[in-house]
Design a protein around this ligand. Sequence first.
Ligand code: FES
Length: 118
Amino acid sequence: MDNGVIQKPGFDWYRIENETWSSLNENELKEVSIAGKQIGILKQKEKLHAFAANCPHAGVPLCSGWLDAQGRIVCPKHKFRFDPANGRNTSGEGYKLYTYASVVRGNELWVYMSGGTF
Ligand code: FES
């Protein structure tokens, strides 16, 4: 167990502890800690999205932002928009939000953290 997260030895998939699929509200931005890193998670249209918690523009916490009508994350500082599925900067400023692969197994949330270095 590491900071509320269980790491399977030999794997890079981390289960998000204290969060379950059924406990997440649809379209609610939530920041969690995985292996000492802050990431944002979002349940949207029966998919789990995981992304860097801080905006790639100036580091503002994105989970204090909101979603636009198309379900894109809107940063609260300068209102840049990001697609939570792929990190694309849909408002066109040229930034890229880092996203993580994620899956739901039963009621458990898993996030892939590449090689333990991220
Ligand atoms: S800090 Fe997010 S858009 Fe500037």
